[in-house]
Design a protein around this ligand. Structure first.
Ligand SMILES: [Zn+2]
Length: 146
C-alpha cells in the first residue's frame, strides 16, 4: 500500500486517470500516439475507469482500440517496474514495445509462417519450411544500447 495519495513518479495527486493518462511519463508515451486518438481520449471526462474504458471501446474502431489498450497495459507495466523495482523505461522504449507488440499481433492475425513456428511452443528442433532458414540463438542484443 502506498503511504499517501501522491504519485511516486511525479508527486501529483494519484488516481487511475493520473497513472494512465496524465502523469509526466504517461503523457510522453501518449505523445507518440496518433493525434486524433490523443484528442479523443482527452475529451473523455469519466471519473470511473470502467466507464472510461467502455466509452473508449464503444467509440473507436477496432484498429484504434488495440493500440490504446496495449499502450495502457505497457504504461501500467512500466509504472509497476519503476515504482516497485526501480527500473525506469524511457517513453520511447515503452512506445517501441507497443509498436513491436502490435506488429507481432498483426503477423499472428495474418497467419505469418514465422510467427506460427515461434508460437508452436515445440520442445524439439523442427525443420524450417522449404525456402526459409532457421537460426537458433541463446543471446540477444538491445537496439537502444547497441
Ligand atoms: Zn505522476
Amino acid at each position: 500500500m502506498a503511504p499517501n495519495a501522491s504519485c511516486v513518479l511525479c508527486g501529483a495527486a494519484d488516481s487511475w486517470r493520473h497513472a494512465l493518462l496524465e502523469c509526466n511519463l504517461t503523457k510522453c508515451v501518449w505523445a507518440l500516439e496518433n493525434e486524433n486518438i490523443i484528442e479523443f481520449l482527452g475529451q473523455l471526462h469519466c471519473s470511473d475507469a470502467r466507464a472510461w474504458l467502455a466509452e473508449v471501446m464503444s467509440s473507436l474502431k477496432q484498429e484504434e482500440i488495440t493500440p490504446v489498450v496495449v499502450r495502457l497495459w505497457a504504461i501500467w507495466f512500466a509504472r509497476r517496474k519503476a515504482i516497485h523495482e526501480n527500473q525506469f523505461q524511457s517513453p520511447f522504449s515503452i512506445h517501441a514495445f507497443v509498436e513491436r507488440f502490435i506488429g507481432e499481433l498483426e503477423k499472428i492475425n495474418q497467419g505469418s509462417p514465422e510467427v506460427r513456428l515461434v508460437a508452436a511452443a515445440v520442445s524439439r528442433w523442427v525443420r524450417p519450411p522449404s525456402g526459409l532458414a532457421k537460426i537458433n540463438v541463446d543471446a540477444a542484443m538491445s537496439e537502444n544500447s547497441g
